[in-house]
Design a protein around this ligand. Sequence first.
Ligand SMILES: NC(=O)c1ccc[n+]([C@@H]2O[C@H](COP(=O)([O-])OP(=O)(O)OC[C@H]3O[C@@H](n4cnc5c(N)ncnc54)[C@H](O)[C@@H]3O)[C@@H](O)[C@H]2O)c1
Length: 312
Amino acid sequence: MRVLITGGAGYIGSVMTEYFVAKGFEVWVLDNLSRGYRDAVADDAIFVEGDINNALEIFDSKERFDGIIHLAAHSRVEESVQNPSLYWENNAVGTHSILEFARIREIPRFVFASTAAVYGLSAQSPIVEDTPPSPANTYGMTKLTMDMAIDSYSRAYGLTGTSLRFFNVSGTYRGRRERHLPETHLIPIAISKIKGGDKVTIFGSDYPTRDGTCIRDYIHVVDLARAAELALGRSNEGSYKVYNLGNGNGYSNLEVVRTISEVLGVSCEIEFSKRRDGDAPELVTSSRLITEELGWTPSIPALADIVKSSLD
Ligand SMILES: NC(=O)c1ccc[n+]([C@@H]2O[C@H](COP(=O)([O-])OP(=O)(O)OC[C@H]3O[C@@H](n4cnc5c(N)ncnc54)[C@H](O)[C@@H]3O)[C@@H](O)[C@H]2O)c1
């Protein structure tokens, strides 16, 4: 099977590329390297440096793909609020261009990296696919809009479209790891602070949760690749599905920092700062739907194992 992975030089894309190459797929990567790294792409994949907006010009019409895994996007929440123009252009217009590429070149399967951010500050726990979306920032709005675009393309043009809504992703796979600049995710930030002997800051200690800090659902990055493989294998032509991907267990920020400290065997100093705007107290999902329909379950559900993998 020949698959095109957009954003394959980024964190999740580099893991997916390694995974699909190891599984024997012919993998092509399209990435403009705006936020990715050429050396993150597996040697056995075919790398094309270019923008998702130009796919129709970049790929000769004789190049046939069986499916697209579309990961290329910008994903910094704060930046999306400060510069919505960039996010609508890159995430919405860019995704529309890739959808057009799929339609015109008759590529039958489309898997999209959506996000928990579409649910905004939802008070429901666990969040399920029927939970009403209500994004609280431009990043989440662009992803939700594109979920809807894929739905309509699937119905009208016979695409098999799947949106995978990732919750908090962490971990490494065959040396592929998070290299976001700036890093905004708790696990890599806390690892680097604790290793450097610096204080770890936790925002908010007065949330209505078991220890007062925010609760999030962590998923190992390789489990996303497994889900994408199952989504590519869906055969219902013209159907669109949304699946939430988490491990169903919420961990508080305090629990995450303490787990990292334990795994490293190093004590750490924690400082509590005031709440940040827009942080929901708890964001935990149930992945029951993808388990029932595609047989997916997380292979690395324990937080300590996800942390150990992040240290590799
Ligand atoms: N990391 C997470 O925790 C998380 C959670 C939910 C959803 N997601 C989604 O998963 C996807 C991948 O996330 P990531 O953490 O690997 O991000 P990343 O920034 O590491 O990777 C994104 C890649 O896309 C490329 N890219 C961006 N715009 C492009 C364009 N116009 N044309 C070609 N390439 C372009 C970048 O150069 C980069 O290599 C994103 O769509 C993100 O919204 C990530």
